[in-house]
Design a protein around this ligand. Structure first.
Ligand SMILES: C[S@@+](CC[C@H](N)C(=O)[O-])C[C@H]1O[C@@H](n2cnc3c(N)ncnc32)[C@H](O)[C@@H]1O
Length: 248
């Protein structure tokens, strides 16, 4: 239920913020398998596309917010072998970060892993980041606060890259997709999380309510970002939004 005193883009946080770490901590060990299950493995292609978008930028410092088990940074690292770059990967969940650290293996020292809430990252200096990526997490953060924080840490001219659930522009297909999600995914999620109802609800939360690709682009423009664009992937099930903080 949406509380009366919050705007639509604060609803997610109002409902779920209190349990964020708990939920992802509980399913951290199964998160990668869940991603494969929920997306039939296609999330790997989406994330490769995010890494390609990052590669198109000229950056010295990259921050991957809500990095989870590190899927984005693991795809970025091969691009920067032997180069002097700073990669910061943050997440609110210590358990997700621990898995990211494990997956990094021999590259562990190449990434600065930090436990941070994407809605307020006091240890990241304002204007210190050239590129900020966030993959499949904006719908479970307070969108307004997370994007404000992305704006703060980005340098003027810095690039925002966001992968998130979106909408299939052809309404009948979108309705069929949502029906599939509401019927099959809770069962799959319940089985995959060992019957942890809050975890699968959390994972599915926001897919239905997240703004359309056009609406999210408009929100970013209203916030002050320029050069806002989006690319729909998998018919529009997800989209990658890119935007630039204006140069001074
Ligand atoms: C669906 S996972 C996405 C992980 C990864 N980016 C990916 O694409 O696979 C969402 C992640 O967001 C993190 N998270 C949730 N709320 C957060 C917040 N307020 N600040 C930072 N991370 C948060 C969770 O701990 C989890 O690791």
């Amino acid at each position: 239920m949406k509380p009366d005193n919050v705007s639509s883009w604060e609803v997610n946080a109002a409902e779920f913020a209190w349990q964020a770490d708990d939920v992802f901590g509980r399913i951290a060990g199964r998160y990668d398998r869940l991603c494969d299950l929920f997306s039939l493995g296609i999330h790997r292609l989406w994330k490769r596309r995010v890494a390609q978008a990052i590669a198109r930028e000229t950056w010295g410092t990259l921050l991957d917010g809500a990095t989870g088990t590190g899927d984005i940074i693991l795809r970025v690292l091969p691009q920067v072998v032997g180069q002097r770059r700073t990669i910061i990967a943050s997440d609110i969940s210590a358990k997700m970060l621990a898995i990211a650290a494990h997956r990094l293996g021999g590259h562990r020292d190449s990434v600065d892993l930090r436990q941070l809430d994407a809605e307020a990252m006091p240890t990241i200096a304002s204007g210190s980041v050239d590129a900020y990526s966030m993959s499949l997490a904006l719908k479970i953060c307070n969108r307004r606060l997370a994007m404000q924080e992305a704006w703060r840490v980005l340098r003027p001219g810095g690039r925002l890259i966001v992968l998130e659930a979106s909408n299939i522009p052809w309404a009948p297909l979108q309705r069929a997709y949502l029906l599939y999600m509401s019927l099959c995914m809770p069962l799959l999620g319940w089985l995959a999380t060992g019957g942890d109802a809050s975890a699968y609800k959390y994972l599915l939360h926001g897919i239905r309510d997240f703004p359309t690709a056009e609406a999210l682009a408009q929100e970013l423009r209203v916030q002050g970002f320029e050069d806002v664009a989006f690319e729909r992937l998998s018919l529009g099930i997800v989209a990658i939004h890119t935007a630039r903080k204006p140069s001074l």
